[in-house]
Design a binder for this molecule. Sequence first.
Ligand SMILES: [Zn+2]
Ligand SMILES: [Zn+2]
Length: 749
Amino acid sequence: MLGHLRGSIDPWHSKGEPCDPEGIWVEKEGPLLFMASLLSDWPDDVPTVDLDDEGRHLRFIQIVAGYPAIGKGMYPLDWPTHPTSIKALRLSLFLDSLPVPSNYSATPFHSVRSAILYLDSKVHGYGSLSSPEGINHLHSNCLTLLFRSIRAASKENDEFSELTADEAVFLNNLHSSDNDRDGRWITGWDEAINIKRDRKEPFDSNNMHTFKLSKIQKWMEKWTSPPNENELEEWHPLRDGVRQNLLSGASVLLESLFAQLRRHILTNYRPGSIITDGGGRITFYAKKDKADVEGKLKDFVEGSFIIDRDKYHPYNHIITQSLEKFGSGEICTKCPEEVPLKTNEQQQQDVDLEDGESLKECSHGTQFPQWEWRKINRGWVPRSGAYQRFLKNDVFPKRFFPPISYKHYDETKPPLVDYPLYEGCPMCKPSHPIEKRESNPFKIPGVCFPHALTFEIGKSYKRRDFSIRTKGKYNPEGAQVHSCAAIDINALGHLFTSPLSDAVIDELHKFEINERVGINKEKLMRVLRNKESIYWLNENIDFEKESDEEFRKALNKYSSLIRDRLVIFKSRKSFQFNAKWWISISKTLEAEPQTYLGEIGAWVAAGDDLLLVRRGEKSESNETLKEILKQLDVQLQEQFPKSIPSVSFCAGLEYREVGATELTIFQIIQKSKNYENICKDNWKTRARDSGRGELYTTYFGSEEKKKPFDESFLWKEDGSPIEVLDTGNERSPVESSMICVAPRGNKNE
Ligand SMILES: [Zn+2]
Ligand SMILES: [Zn+2]
């Protein structure tokens, strides 16, 4: 491959052809100028240029990776519909489409983005070193790769006579042009850059770590709508018009947990360590003692709501505010102002507590002993004891979140926590009959803090989401919710686990064998080709049966090389999916035919779970949301033009007023989800009838898992609520998006 001008393999091309960088970076300013602005606007107390060499380099790497800070403690994937997030993802996607300059013999599995992340992770000992030797050398290598590939993409002169204007602005924002930073500016291209894996560091499955939440949907359902013995309509203590905040809040809380995890992983193990990120899990490669990495993750999650310098929660302010409201009027002033001293006996008991921490209880039966609060002018504010009580000590990590697993090989799924979580909370366990339904959880006697917090965070999220919309004019009537759509991607598992194309497999096995004479090269290639388990990265492979030691060593060496390439491929595929998915949604949210500012909102936008809402006069007949769904389909075809199967979705659409019936907001959300399920059944039935079993089958390793579905042929019937979206794109009809639309009756009937 040396010397050939060849693109970087497109992980979303069904035949493994190279990426086409054309049309990805569409901004007027050059990519380096945008990178410069991210550096200068970094939302942190410390300006970029004031950081030490390692700190500045890390920010640079984060930008390349698609993880710059866009708000305090937030990365693009934590608030993906934010305009800066979309731009940052686009930049990273652009860098991921550029090949490594041909002077450096990199596998075409690399893009310039992956190569820079790879170099960085390698020099940092694959996550084992926090500050390595030779950071400046690494930095200069990375700059060389970046500048040369951007110059190649814009057909600029590759000779290093002087920096381009954009390069200079970028370096000035990264290092400043003060005299003592002279040495950090690049003065020529680095000639020898070794992008290959370190010989002494073969790929090791034991270094793969996965953090995963399971049964998210089930958990969300129970959290917003706990089982109700009497199956009554009017039973939830919150009014239907506001209950959807619980839904938004719950999904935001899960996303925030991932936000913090991302921060934990990329500061401890480098941005390049993240392999896959999405669908309720993060997998990363970190070469540390296994117990250490997973133990640290656990500690981190358990304290995820406790804020300190390195652990900023994206909803920090709302957490404190909610806790204040929660404590308002409840503080027990019969308790002393400071924690009472412990007796010897009590100290003995405290040591026995699992996490070594202890809470002293109020002796008057409240949860609000005065010593955990402080009185200031505006009222009582929580001290660290109150945070501990309501946000740590088992509450969130062990009881509130869905089941968590920390290891990739942990196949036993932890059970869903039994509900109710808090016996006395009427939102955890609705009692019947409800005397009064409230629009504010703080007015509900006995409500638990997690429920109150979820609600407040949901409200805050909606405010944030609406605030970033720019299209359309202000609509004074706009506060009404008119319609909503629940959206789910089709065959998502298959999109990621489908077999590799022949071209990709050939490329994985393309290398020169530099072994001593005596090794049968053809046999070596053949054995590697036939070893299926080479593609299962979660388990180390061994060639124990091979008796020739030299031959076995060679097998290990080249299988490590293949797996290393596969990891690059997979991590690029995952990153690109996230970027393309959010770019599609964001373009859709800004699309015509919206008339009003914030007409379309994304109330749930967590991973691939999406809930869109249209605001407007609730009784009017209006098809905007349906048009928006068509837009989303168009955008997806634009982002994934060469994917097989094509990236499509099923959606359920419901209106507030159907004929003479008026539905509440919560009801239309529930109904749109039901329609989405009906739609999915139709999609799967159609796939089955077309002999496309792979579209509704998921694989775990080599094990096939078919989830049952209800046969439905509604799409064939006249007047069916199911519509196949025809957006004029070329693709197999069986892979098209479908929507299920509530019938709109005639009001005059
Ligand atoms: Zn008390
Ligand atoms: Zn509760």
